[in-house]
Design a protein around this ligand. Sequence first.
Ligand SMILES: [Mn+2]
Length: 280
Amino acid sequence: MFKYSATQWIYGAEPLAASFERLHRFGYDGIELAGEPEQLDREEIKRLMERYGLICSSICGIYKPERDLSSSDRAVRANAIAYVKSCVDLAVDTGAAVVIAVPSPVGKSAPGSSAHEEWNHAAASLREAGEYAASRGIRLAIEALNRFETYLVNKLEVAKKLVEEVSVSSVGIMADLFHMNIEERNPCQAIRNIADHLVHVHIADNTREAAGLGITDFESVLRTLLEVGYKGPLTMEFLPPVSNPYAAASMKAEDRTIFDEFTRQSIDHMKALERKIALG
Ligand SMILES: [Mn+2]
C-alpha cells in the first residue's frame, strides 16, 4: 500500500491547522508543506503533526522569478540556491525526505539569455544545492512543468538529461501526472524511462482536478509505480477549475467545500484501484 499526502498550497491561505484536520479526516498519512521556510512556524508544525498523526512527506518549493536556478544573473542564482538550501533545512526540521526543485521558474516561457547558457546555470545550481541536500540526508526532486508554465524542463526525459549532467546522487526526478498528461506521449513509459531516478509523485487528473474525475488511467499508473519499485508517497496536487491556481486562496467559504470533496475523492479513487490490483 502506498502512503498518501497532499500538497498544502492547493488549499490557499487557510490556516495550516485546517489543512491538517482535513487530511486526517479523509485518511491521509502526510502533508507536503509549501516551501516558504521563513513563514512557517516549526513548533506549530510539529504540534499539528503530532495532534493529527501526520508525517511531513516533502517540501514543495515555490519557484518565483527571484528564485530562478537558471538565471544568467549571478545574484538571482545565488538567491535561488540559498532558497533551495533553506527548503532542505525545513525538510530536516520536519522529517520530510524530499524537496521539489523546478529548474526555471513558473511563468518563464522563454530564456532570458540563451537556453544553452540557462541549462548550464540550472545544472550548476542544482549541483550545489544537491551537494548541500546530500550532506543533510535529503533528496531533491526535479519537477518537469508543462510548457504553459515554464520552458526549460517540460518532459521527464529532459529532467533525466539534467540529472545525469548534475550527477549528484541526491538529485532525482519526480513525476507529476497532470503535467505529464500535457507533455508525455505515454505517461507510463515515461515513468519507466526515469525509474532509476524517481523520488516523488504528484497526482491530479487530466483537468488538474481530483483523481478519478477525468480520463487519466491511474490503474496503469499504479501498476507502473509498483513495477518500478517506487516506495515514496503519492501526493495529491489537485485544483478547482480556475484560471489562476492561486485564486483558490480567496474563494468564499461556501465554495471551499470543493476542497473536502476533492481531498476525499482522490484518495478514495486511488485506494480503490490499489485494492483492485491487490485482488488480481
Ligand atoms: Mn506538481
